[in-house]
Design a protein around this ligand. Structure first.
Ligand code: Z57
Length: 829
């Protein structure tokens, strides 16, 4: 670069942010020296990664400052996205792309002798979530910043995110995740915004003037909430919002009384208790744990966040609550933050001394609630006694909310005690339970499901009476994914090809992908598209080799199922079909099939026995097949250990086939289905969740739909489903299930995999695996046939990429804004 260009770029950019290659080189070296205390010769890859992050962080902090100033000056209405999980993954490549400095920073590093793709591997995933729900929250805050909406994400600053998975002898072993061990270069601690949070204790009833009853909560403990801000950078945009995560800390470093009495160790243990709150993410996806610490986590982050919101509101509006609902909307990501509803009531009634009616009006115009599941085991209920112990005043408030709600129900259905029992926030079982879903519906102005089918089932099956009582409260917002991370960043080759064809602005206007349709049958485009797929498959094959030692053929169909391990997602249906193929190949070495590699990635909740058994079974079957030269040329099975966001980014671009095979009615939406289709994988799936909408978009010719529909599932269950009828009459299924009981896959350990057979027979096969097996097997045959016709398959793959523009999370966010949040965009100056 010549001196003239350098001066020009400095002038254009008064704060001297690095923008060209020379400036990036200088900034990175400067950070090696003065941020990291090392130099170009001594620095290892970790140091280079950190120095690069620090150079990018200069842009981040500049954008953050401008955004916060603009939002403050304009006193903007903002959405506050409350979520117990944010599954962010890595941030470096995303932030570089979003500032449009990816190439220049990469070239700068190259001149310093450093490969960007190598140092990116140094970044630990920020895995503060379990699966779909947490990753959805991450996509949504990306889109909010990209669309220039004022928004804050609120959650927990877990010290340990989701466990790291190791596979030993085929079984899952959990190891602690320590994402911050060597420091996180993105987060900023904000000690000036620490909050004190009360827990335990008792409620005192006082009688004020003119007989007004006053309640005062005398807490037993106070803990500190320390906020950490993670900047959220919008694409091409100027907005940098924040994700604010709360860390718990003992409110005094020492309990001085105990300390002075000589109890130094006891005084320390008090600290441990408070600090336990944000120690670790609960690793259960879709199972409510019912544990005291989990409820404390939920309350802790909600109480911190509400105080934060109210402090900010009061700075602008003082004690005048009349404009609160104009400025603040709070989205509850599932019921995990539902305790925020009675907490806001407590603040308004007990502290601000508003009338109950006024307070309730504010509350029910502030909250909106997203339901993510119909599975009964995922619907949170807390023992009333547990709430009473931890949050005595909140239980009183919940009872009062319910008392008034029951009066409303009685108005609508006079004298109907059955409907009251069904709708009550309190379940009058042996042990009284608080139903957090009911509390969320009653306390919110909008309730949404996450895909058309799911929202319909929420209305018809989960909350039908609520729908009758509150017309128009229940609605749908179909999930989405950010095309920045899930195409632009993870699949640079395809991104470039797409940009060449439809223009470079598709990451902001994903429906422009439709411009690819006209090339779907063009030979040269098909060739380019499939060559990229081939290159991505080669990269994944290398990754598979280095992680598992398994060698796979990139001419084989790469068939991928990646998601949490759960019976309803039916990884075992996939496995039974693999065993069927294995058997067919053993019986007939000429069995006609295109070579296929079945690839899995999945974590099981540590306490979910059958899910762990399914992981074991996949690995044991994989071992046997991969080492059987009789079938090796046609069939391989890979279980990728430690599936996580950064692993997904490597797997998704390489998929030919996307497995979306949940029992109809069980998967609320799914989002991996969208990511895979966007990257040109063809779906084999049931009519469940967002698969229905994907099928609508891509058309029946470009997807393999199979299996029972929701209605068919219901009528089969109603007439009485007996899996033995299938087992006794289908020789292939019988042979496969019996195979699991032998020691064929577990040498020296007969019956090592029998629990799967048992769950499908004695267990009653609750997710209808056997009922759908034949339809699945036939659909797989159709996949095999289609793949052999290279031109046909290329067309299908291209049309998948072309037709899934609907599923950008920008569209989801615009739906939330239009139907629920009513925000205005705010351009940053
Ligand atoms: C979770 O990841 C989901 C639902 C839950 O109730 C909990 Br808890 C965790 C998932 C659904 O299973 C997916 O179908 C959906 O796509 C995702 O949430 C995002 O809405």
């Amino acid at each position: 670069m010549n001196a003239k260009t350098a001066t020009a770029s400095k002038q254009a950019n008064s704060s001297h942010l690095p923008t060209n290659k020379a400036e990036f080189k200088a900034a990175i070296v400067r950070h090696l020296h003065s941020t990291l205390g090392t130099d170009e010769n001594k620095a290892n890859e970790h140091a280079w990664w950190k120095a690069t992050c620090a150079a990018i962080q200069e842009h981040v902090l500049d954008g953050l400052r401008k955004t916060q100033k603009t939002h403050y000056m304009n006193d903007t209405r903002a959405v506050h996205y409350f979520s117990a999980e944010f599954l962010m993954g890595r941030l470096l490549s995303n932030n570089m792309q979003n500032f449009g400095v990816f190439e220049v920073a990469r070239d700068a590093l190259k001149e310093l002798g450093v490969e960007l793709s190598d140092i990116m591997e140094e970044e630990p995933d920020m895995a503060l979530g379990n699966g779909g729900l947490g990753r959805l929250a991450a996509c949504y805050i990306d889109s909010l910043a990209t669309l220039n909406y004022p928004a804050i994400g609120y959650g927990l600053h877990y010290e340990h995110g989701l466990f790291r998975q190791e596979i030993q002898n085929g079984a899952q072993i959990e190891r602690p995740d320590s994402w911050r061990d060597y420091g996180n270069p993105w987060e900023i601690c904000r000690p000036e915004s620490i909050q004190d949070i009360s827990l335990y204790g008792y409620v005192e009833t006082k009688y004020g003037e003119n007989g007004r009853i006053q309640k005062e909560w005398h807490p037993g403990t106070i803990v500190k909430g320390v906020p950490w801000d993670i900047p959220v950078v919008g694409y091409n945009g100027s907005t940098v919002n924040v994700l604010r995560l709360w860390q718990s800390q003992a409110s005094n470093y020492f309990n001085w009384d105990v300390f002075n009495a000589g109890g130094y160790v006891d005084a320390q243990s008090e600290n441990v208790q408070a600090e336990t709150i944000s120690k670790v993410l609960y690793p259960n996806d879709e199972t409510e744990a019912g544990k005291e610490l989990r409820l404390i986590q939920q309350y802790f982050f909600c109480a911190c966040s509400l105080k934060d919101i109210i402090r900010r509101y009061k700075r602008a509006h003082g004690d005048d609550w009349s404009r609160f609902t104009q400025q603040v909307v709070i989205q509850l990501n599932d019921t995990h933050p539902a305790i925020a509803i009675p907490e806001l009531m407590r603040i308004l009634v007990d502290r601000a001394e508003l009338d109950w009616e006024k307070a309730w009006e504010i509350c029910t115009n502030t909250f909106a609630y997203t339901n993510h599941t119909l599975l009964p085991e995922a619907l949170e209920k807390w023992p009333a006694r547990m709430i009473e112990k931890i949050l005595p005043r909140h239980l009183e408030i919940i009872y009062e909310i319910n008392h008034r709600f029951m009066k409303e129900v009685d108005k609508k259905w006079p004298g109907d005690n059955e409907v009251k029992a069904k709708l009550s926030i309190i379940e009058e079982s042996n042990e009284k339970m608080v139903r957090m879903g009911h509390l969320s519906v009653v306390g919110s102005f909008a309730v949404n499901g996450v895909a058309e089918l799911h929202s319909k089932l929420v209305k018809e099956n989960l909350f039908p009476e609520f729908d009758a009582l509150y017309p128009n409260k229940l609605t749908n917002v179909t999930n989405g994914i950010t095309p920045r991370r899930w195409l632009k960043v993870c699949n640079p080759k395809l991104s470039k090809l797409v940009s060449d064809k439809v223009g470079a602005d598709w990451p902001l206007h994903l429906s422009k992908l439709a411009g690819l349709e006209k090339f779907a049958e063009q030979k040269t485009f098909q060739k380019q598209f499939m060559q990229i797929k081939q290159a991505n498959k080669q990269a994944l094959a290398d990754e598979i080799k280095s992680l598992t030692g398994i060698v796979v053929d990139t001419n084989a169909i790469f068939d991928i199922q990646i998601k949490r391990l759960h019976e309803y997602k039916r990884q075992h249906l996939n496995l039974l079909h693999i065993m069927a193929l294995y058997r067919r190949l053993l019986e007939n070495p000429d069995y006609d099939m295109h070579p296929r590699v079945f690839i899995f990635g999945a974590k099981a909740a540590p306490g979910y026995k059958l899910a762990k058994d399914i992981i074991l079974a996949i690995n044991k079957v994989a071992d046997r097949i991969n080492n059987d030269p009789r079938v090796n040329k046609k069939l391989k099975v890979v279980f990728m250990p430690n599936y996580r966001v950064s692993q997904a980014e490597k797997m998704i671009p390489a998929a030919d086939v996307s497995e979306q095979i949940s029992t109809a009615g069980k998967e609320a939406s799914g989002t991996g289905n969208m990511k895979l289709a966007l990257n040109g994988a063809v779906t084999i799936g049931t009519l469940d969740g967002a698969n229905v909408e994907i099928a609508e978009e891509v058309g029946d010719d470009n997807i393999f739909i199979f299996g029972l529909t929701v209605d068919e599932v219901n009528s089969l269950k109603a007439k009485g489903y007996n899996p033995y009828d299938i087992y006794d009459n289908n020789t292939e299924i019988k042979a496969i299930l019996d195979w699991l009981e032998t020691d064929y896959f577990t040498p020296g350990e007969p019956g090592g995999l029998v629990s799967i057979k048992q769950s499908l027979l004695e267990g009653g096969d609750p997710y209808l695996v056997l009922a759908d097996f034949e339809a699945y097997s036939n659909a797989q045959r159709a996949v095999d046939q289609a793949y052999r016709d290279k031109a046909k398959w290329a067309k299908m793959a291209i049309l998948n990429t072309a037709k899934v523009g609907k599923f950008t999370s920008d569209r989801s966010i615009q739906d939330y804004v239009d139907r629920i949040w009513k925000l205005n965009t705010c351009k940053i100056s």
